[in-house]
Design a protein around this ligand. Structure first.
Ligand code: NAD
Length: 334
C-alpha cells in the first residue's frame, strides 16, 4: 500500500496560492499521496489572530516535520517582522540550501552551472537586533557565533559527502568584519579538517560575486553567513535562468520547510502567469527528503522535458503560458 504523508502547506501571499495549487496538482499526478494540512500565515491573518505567525502554524510544522511554503510578503522598513525569518528562527531551520543548476532549454549566459548554496539561516544581521539611536542614526548588530558557524559548516561538508560533491568554499568579508566573519571562518576551518576528502577554499564575498559572473562553473558547494547567502542566492538564480526556476529548502534537526528562493511578487498576483518551476523543484527536494526519490526524479524529468521542448513556457522564460497550463504540461509528461 502506498504511504500517505501529512505535510503542512502554507500557500503564502501574492503569487503563492497560484503556484502552490499548481505544484500540488503535479505531486498528486506523480502518485505521491499527501494529506496537506493548510495553514495560513502573514498579513492576511494579522487582524484576526493578532500575529503574522500564529502558534498553530509552528505546531503543525513541528508535528509533521515537513512543510511546503509559498512566499510571504514582508513590508519594507516598517510593520511586522518577516514571517520567513521568524519561521526559520522559531523552528531552528539553520541550513538554507539553494541549488543553482543550469536547466535544459532555459536560456542563460552559462551552460554548466551546478553549484549549491548553503546559507546560515539563524543569525548575522537577520537576528533582528537593531535600534534607532536618534532621528538620524540607526544601528543593526551582526551577531555570529562559533556554534552556528560550525553547525552550518558541518551541514555543508556532510552535504558534499552525501551528494558526491568535491569542494566547499567558505565565503566571508573577514578582511573587514574581522571579529564576526573572522569567527565564521574559524568555525568553518575547524570543521573542514574533519573532511580531508573534500577540497576546501575561502573567498571574499565581493570577489566571489565577480567570479560568479565570469566563471560560475568553478564553484561546487558554497557556505555563507546569512546576509551574503541571501544576496548570492539571487545572483546564482540569475545565472541559471532567474528567480522563476530557483528552488530552496530550510532544514533543521527536527523540521524542514521547502520554498522557492523568490518572493511573493505582488505585481504578478492574481494574474495566473507566475512560473511554478521554482516551487516545483523545491517540492522535489521535499520529496527526496521524504524518501520519495523516484517520484522526485519522475517530476524533474517531466519538467525538464517540458522546458527542453519549449512549447509551453511562462512569461519569464519568454512564453505566455498560464501557471496551471504549465503544470498541466508537466503532468502530461509524467
Ligand atoms: P520577488 O522574488 O517577489 O520578485 C523579484 C522579481 O522576480 C520580480 O520581477 C518578479 O516578478 C520576478 N519573479 C519572482 N518570482 C517569479 C515567478 N515565480 N515567476 C515569474 N517571475 C517571478 O522579490 P521582491 O519583489 O523583492 O519581494 C516581494 C515580496 O516578497 C517582499 O515583501 C519580500 O519581503 C517577499 N519575499 C518573501 C520571500 C519568502 O517568502 N521566502 C523571499 C523573498 C522575498
Amino acid at each position: 500500500m502506498t504511504k500517505t504523508y501529512t505535510v503542512t502547506l502554507i500557500p503564502g501571499d501574492g503569487i503563492g496560492p497560484e503556484i502552490t495549487a499548481a505544484v500540488i496538482n503535479v505531486i498528486r499526478a506523480a502518485g505521491v499521496k499527501i494529506n496537506w494540512e493548510e495553514q495560513s500565515a502573514g498579513a492576511s491573518v494579522l487582524e484576526k489572530e493578532g500575529t503574522v505567525l500564529p502558534q498553530r502554524v509552528l505546531d503543525s510544522i513541528s508535528k509533521n516535520g515537513v512543510a511546503l511554503k509559498g512566499p510571504i510578503t514582508t513590508p519594507i522598513g516598517k510593520g511586522f517582522r518577516s514571517v520567513n525569518v521568524a519561521l526559520r528562527k522559531e523552528l531552528d531551520l539553520y541550513a538554507c540550501v539553494r541549488p543553482a543548476k543550469t536547466l535544459p532549454g532555459i536560456k542563460s549566459r552559462y551552460e554548466q552551472v551546478d553549484l549549491v548554496i548553503v546559507r546560515e539561516n539563524t543569525e548575522d544581521l537577520y537576528a533582528g537586533i537593531e535600534r534607532k539611536i536618534d532621528d538620524d542614526t540607526a544601528e543593526s548588530i551582526k551577531r555570529i557565533t562559533r556554534g552556528a558557524s560550525e553547525r552550518i559548516a558541518r551541514y555543508a561538508f556532510e552535504y558534499a559527502v552525501k551528494n558526491s560533491r568535491h569542494k566547499v568554499t567558505a565565503v566571508s568579508k573577514a578582511n573587514i568584519c574581522k571579529f564576526s566573519d573572522g569567527l565564521f571562518l574559524e568555525g568553518v576551518r575547524t570543521v573542514a579538517q574533519e573532511y580531508p576528502q573534500i577540497a576546501y577554499e575561502e573567498v571574499l564575498v565581493d570577489n566571489l560575486c565577480m567570479q560568479l559572473v565570469i566563471n560560475p562553473e568553478i564553484y561546487d558547494v558554497l557556505v555563507l553567513p546569512n546576509l551574503y547567502g541571501d544576496i548570492v542566492s539571487d545572483l546564482a538564480a540569475g545565472l541559471t535562468g532567474g528567480l522563476g526556476v530557483a528552488p530552496g529548502a530550510n532544514i533543521g534537526a527536527h523540521a524542514a520547510v521547502f520554498e522557492a528562493v523568490h518572493g511573493s511578487s505582488p505585481a504578478l498576483a492574481g494574474q495566473h502567469k507566475a512560473n511554478p518551476t521554482a516551487l516545483l523543484l523545491s517540492a522535489c527536494l521535499m520529496l527526496r527528503h521524504l524518501g520519495e526519490v523516484a517520484a522526485a526524479q519522475k517530476i524533474e524529468q517531466a519538467l525538464e522535458a517540458v522546458l527542453k521542448e519549449g512549447k509551453v513556457r511562462t512569461f519569464d522564460l519568454g512564453g505566455c503560458a498560464a501557471t496551471e497550463e504549465f503544470a498541466q504540461a508537466v503532468i502530461a509528461k509524467l
